[in-house]
Design a protein around this ligand. Structure first.
Ligand code: URA
Length: 238
């Protein structure tokens, strides 16, 4: 790995401008291996680097991959208008690193949302050519029927789509609860498909992306975690 001076390292991790990061170091706010470091020109080994800043422990990450259990009433858009943005849930330095949601969930949809500052990863994950199944638990207004499931599996026509869209799989979990798996990520797709099939989605939660299950991450709503390589490997198409 190439060498970076400590002020640049802190800047790359989203802790502020280079000048500000220098001042943090010179003020004795940064420690490595338990010893305060006041020389910003120090070039520590990046691989496995941990440091404390204001007594919080951080590990250097060239790029971050995050899973958030999204609560309702947060927007995924860059310029949220009616609700706070999902980035406000994460520590501030992730905004400085330009962490972005991977795709979007509606403001009232909860569950698994990936976030990253790796543009290539975001692009690859969001590409319609990449058929990564996304699993949703949809609460329905009217009871689930076999006919509803057959319609969703057979394909329903949405207004602005050239061809009917079908669920990859769809199964009943409860009287008013469906698990629906989609490979596309069209705008309001689950809600619109349920409406086109004559029902109404009253609550929606994303429970998995590819083989990455929200449950396995053990996150309460509003909690987040870093994703490591083994978990990222689960995001490939089946
Ligand atoms: N489908 C929807 O309707 N909304 C979401 O947030 C995700 C999928």
């Amino acid at each position: 790995m190439s060498k970076l001076s400590l002020d640049r390292i802190l800047q790359s991790q989203g802790f502020g401008s280079r000048k500000y990061c220098r001042s943090l170091i010179e003020d004795g706010e940064v420690a490595i291996g338990g010893s305060v470091v006041t020389d910003y020109r120090l070039t520590p080994e990046l691989d496995g680097l941990s440091f404390t800043l204001f007594d919080d422990e951080w590990t250097y990450r060239a790029q971050v991959y995050i899973a958030l259990n999204k609560p309702a009433n947060f927007e995924c858009s860059r310029k949220p208008s009616h609700h706070p943005g999902v980035l406000t849930i994460l520590p501030e330095q992730f905004s400085w690193r330009d962490v972005q949601p991977v795709g979007r969930l509606d403001h009232d949809t909860t569950g698994l949302l990936l976030m990253s500052d790796d543009g290539a990863f975001i692009h690859a994950q969001s590409s319609p050519k990449r058929h990564v199944p996304k699993v949703y638990a949809a609460t329905t207004h009217d009871a689930v029927t076999e006919e509803l499931i057959a319609q969703l599996l057979g394909g329903v026509q949405l207004h602005d789509e050239p061809a009917p869209l079908a669920a990859v799989t769809c199964r009943q979990l409860d009287t008013h609860l469906l698990e629906i798996v989609l490979e596309q990520g069209k705008y309001h797709q689950v809600k619109r498909m349920l409406a086109a099939a004559g029902n109404h989605c009253s609550a929606l939660r994303r429970t998995a992306i590819g083989g990455l299950q929200l449950e396995a991450l053990e996150l309460e709503e509003g909690e987040w975690c870093y994703l490591e390589q083994a978990q990222l490997d689960l995001l490939v198409p089946a």
